[in-house]
Design a protein around this ligand. Structure first.
Ligand SMILES: Cc1cc2nc3c(=O)[nH]c(=O)nc-3n(C[C@H](O)[C@H](O)[C@H](O)COP(=O)(O)O)c2cc1C
Ligand SMILES: CCCCCCC(=O)C(=O)O
Length: 376
């Protein structure tokens, strides 16, 4: 993928040029409860701060006079080569940001050739989203339901619709303690933002009709937040699908080892953008130990706090095989629909290329050999 030429860069200058400017601009664009929901983190925000401080704590020394006129940013994941190391993280309920929702996002991802992950709690159904970009690489993120049959049926639907991997999120067994949403008394499910997949699911609909749930909101909540979740569910998923499985939310090396024993195909080191558990170390600080125990057996992906191309550079230098982005692209969606998503993500890409060139590296492999120095 080529870095944008100067003309495109000039056009982009009217677009908020960095994450903080974009976040501020979006505050004026969407209702306050929606904005607070997206921006917010768990508790007092310690994990969110740790995520960002971890990035700030790392620096590096460039090695120059290498010809970097031809930069190759491609990576290989589950047998497919992708031109960039960026992946769209699963972010639920995109009607919170824009009426075009997930179909606009997947189209942007397809245009940029960056794999896309769809959340279980999407505003549009997994089938609708797949048909918006049928040829593009898409992963399906699973919230395990209180009913195994429902979770496994969701996976079968994703397989039938052409999703190429299942991301099982393991850090959302209960909802995080989110002060902003409590202050606003805001529940996105109550406002109908999460109707995409459950209202298309025959098992969910049957349960709803039979009075298993008090109402739709109760049904969704009981299926998203599943505190019984344990390793036996990962084993069940492993038996049910031949698709690659990624565990999202792995922070402890012991969990990484256990996941490998069960036969998962990839890990996502993540604090869920600091939205779930407060008081946790920065995701970037968890990354090196996970990379070490995994030892290249499966890909290690990373998210939480990638707000620029430089951030992506640092996560890759610490051993991530690819980086997932959450809030920045949904802010892009809120700001300017599909074009906004494309602009945010292509700016990240362009800044990554610039950083690689000025650091004297021409491939992700050589980038990964750069030593990062952490301030004590
Ligand atoms: C509004 C919002 C909704 C999210 N919904 C989901 C979801 O449905 N499933 C999931 O696994 N992660 C979800 N996440 C977490 C992201 O996948 C990702 O871990 C996080 O956003 C990364 O941090 P960042 O926002 O700092 O990039 C959500 C994040 C946000 C901001
Ligand atoms: C109360 C429903 C929770 C939906 C989960 C979406 C999510 O993961 C998030 O971080 O928000």
């Amino acid at each position: 993928m080529q870095r944008s030429n100067d003309a495109t860069t000039i056009v982009k200058e009217v677009f908020p040029v960095n994450f903080n400017d974009l976040q501020e601009a979006v505050e004026q664009k969407i209702p306050k409860p929606n904005y607070d929901y997206i921006k917010g983190g768990a508790g007092s925000g310690q994990t969110m701060r740790n995520n960002r401080q971890a990035f700030e704590s790392y620096s590096f020394i460039p090695q120059l006079l290498n010809d970097t006129s031809a930069v190759n940013t491609s990576i290989t994941l589950f047998g497919k080569t992708h031109p960039t190391p960026f992946i769209f993280a699963p972010v639920g309920m995109n009607l919170l940001e824009h009426p075009d929702g997930e179909p606009a996002v997947v189209k942007a991802a397809a245009k940029l050739k960056m794999p896309y992950s769809l959340s279980t709690v999407s505003s549009y159904s997994l089938e609708e989203v797949a048909s918006a970009a049928p040829e593009h690489t898409k992963f399906f993120q699973l919230y395990w339901s209180e009913e195994d049959e429902l979770a496994l049926n969701m996976v079968s639907r994703a397989e039938a619709a052409g999703y190429e991997a299942i991301i099982l999120t393991i850090d959302t067994t209960v909802s995080g303690w989110r002060e902003g949403d409590r202050k606003n008394q805001f529940s996105p499910i109550l406002h109908g933002y999460a109707k995409g997949n459950y209202l298309q699911d025959p098992i969910f609909l049957k349960d709803l009709e039979n009075g298993k749930y008090k109402d739709f909101v109760d049904g969704v909540l009981r299926n998203v937040n599943h505190p019984h979740l344990n390793w036996s569910h990962v084993e069940k998923l492993r038996k049910h699908t031949k698709l690659p499985i990624l565990l999202k939310g792995v922070l402890h090396p012991n969990d990484a080892v256990k996941a490998l024993e069960i036969g998962v195909n990839g890990l996502i080191v993540s604090t869920h953008g600091g939205r779930q558990l407060d008081g946790v170390i920065g995701s970037l600080d968890a990354l090196p130990n996970i990379v070490k125990v995994v030892g290249g057996q499966v890909p290690v992906l990373f998210d939480s706090g990638i707000y620029s191309g430089l951030d992506a550079f640092k996560a890759l230098a610490l051993g991530a095989d690819a980086v997932c982005v959450g809030r920045p692209y949904v802010y892009g969606l809120a700001y300017a629909g599909q074009t906004g998503v494309e602009t945010v993500m292509s700016n990240f890409y362009d800044e990554l290329v610039t950083t690689m060139q000025l650091a004297g590296v021409s491939s992700i492999e050589s980038l990964q050999k750069i030593e990062l120095i952490q301030r004590g």
